[in-house]
Design a protein around this ligand. Structure first.
Ligand SMILES: [Mn+2]
Length: 396
């Protein structure tokens, strides 16, 4: 040792995420891409996990807002890439069905161009059942940018991302259905690396998944796609992130992606909603006093307060005046009404019915029941009995 020399050299482990740097009086003299277990035991990797974007799809085809929903799907990918950059994410995982059907070559070029705008994240993706690798799929010979890896084999494969000390495992669909439980007997290697499984499925025709069995396979994170409803199981280190936008009127509730923080020791999962519209069931109660105009106002009030961007499934309940026709939807062109269901019943005018049906079964029924003591049970019995008689009469 050179006694009397000032101590000049400091070793700093966290100069940046992946470098092991040696400093001399604050001047970096050496930086080595050394991967130490010590470093990675503490290094927290930020992952954005998405799936089921269904790019190219036209949700609600035939409805006036369909084109804007088609654009919203592409916009969701742009948004997620912006988020990945803002958050300095390390990894963007795409768990299948990025496209709604076999992608065109130009679609792949557009997506790759978007991936090129990622400033920090590497990308790993698989094909799902919708965008499966058919014999002439453009996925087969497409050359992705260096930071993008597609696990395109039909059998389990992996990519080791050295700077992240992480191996991502997965395979792609080569047909639209896989009925075998291909994720049932997996075991993550115990080699000190972080192991992630990228998977697609979870129903009978698309790789049935036993989440507890999969959780026991020892992956640090299991990033799944196919089920559009998010299901986040931090306790099992497993999640279906869901689709970032709803694509069908049966897709209720919030849609988004998963932000995962993964180290060798722990996995933290957060669901981040990002859908720009939701399908919302809207029930409107009709009374004998209701008119189409009054219902129009109720609907506008309800849809404005819950968001004009949302898509509504309207159900009308209650009792309507016999003259009121609600089978034709009320025209509200500035709103998005996907479904219109009339479940109303004609309000019963007992005095008029007694008069009209004095000579038949309904008249006798009403006379009989009116002698019973008043109460909710009597009201119900009267309504059910009357409707049954009217329906019987209608059939004969
Ligand atoms: Mn799918």
């Amino acid at each position: 040792m050179l006694y009397g020399q000032p101590f000049l050299v400091q070793v700093i482990l966290y100069i940046d995420k992946h470098m092991f740097c040696v400093y001399n009086n604050n001047e970096r003299i050496s930086s080595l891409a050394l991967i130490s277990t010590f470093h990675h035991a503490r290094y927290s990797m930020k992952i954005i996990h998405i799936a089921d974007l269904h790019l190219g799809m036209h949700p609600d085809k035939g409805y006036p807002w369909s084109e804007s929903r088609h654009q919203a799907l592409w916009e969701s990918l742009r948004h997620i890439i912006d988020v990945a950059n803002e958050q300095s994410a390390d990894l963007l995982l795409i768990a299948g069905d990025l496209f709604h059907r076999q992608p065109l070559l130009r679609d792949l070029k557009e997506v790759n161009a978007l991936f090129d705008t990622l400033t920090t994240a590497q990308v790993v993706l698989i094909a799902g059942n919708h965008d499966h690798m058919g014999p002439r799929s453009h996925y087969r010979d497409f050359v992705w940018s260096d930071h993008v890896t597609m696990l395109s084999e039909a059998e389990m494969d992996s990519v080791y991302l050295e700077v992240l000390h992480t191996e991502v495992h997965g395979f792609s669909y080569h047909q639209s259905e896989i009925r075998d439980s291909l994720y049932d007997d997996l075991q993550a290697p115990g080699d000190g690396r972080i192991h992630i499984l990228l998977g697609h499925g979870g129903d009978d025709r698309h790789i049935p998944i036993d989440i507890h069995r999969l959780a026991a396979a020892g992956f640090h994170y299991v990033a799944l796609g196919h089920i559009h409803k998010p299901q986040i199981r931090e306790d099992l280190r497993l999640a279906w992130c869901g689709s970032p936008e709803p694509t069908d009127h049966t897709d209720m509730g919030e849609r988004g992606y998963v932000l995962a923080d993964v180290t060798l020791r722990r996995t933290q999962l957060r669901f981040i909603p990002c859908g720009t519209a939701q399908y919302i069931p809207l029930s409107v109660t009709v009374t004998p006093e209701s008119t189409r105009e009054s219902l129009r106002h109720s609907l506008i009030r309800a849809m404005s307060s819950q968001g004009e961007e949302n898509i509504y499934l309207v159900t009308l309940t209650g009792q309507r005046d016999a003259d009121l026709d609600l089978t034709t939807p009320i025209a509200l062109p500035q709103y998005r009404i996907r479904q219109w269901t009339d479940q109303t019943q004609v309000a019963l005018d007992y005095d008029r019915l007694r008069y009209l049906h004095s000579q038949d079964l309904l008249g006798r029924f009403l006379a009989e029941i009116s002698s019973l003591p008043d109460g909710p049970l009597k009201d119900k019995a009267m309504a059910y009995g009357t409707r049954a008689c009217l329906q019987e009469g209608g059939r004969s």
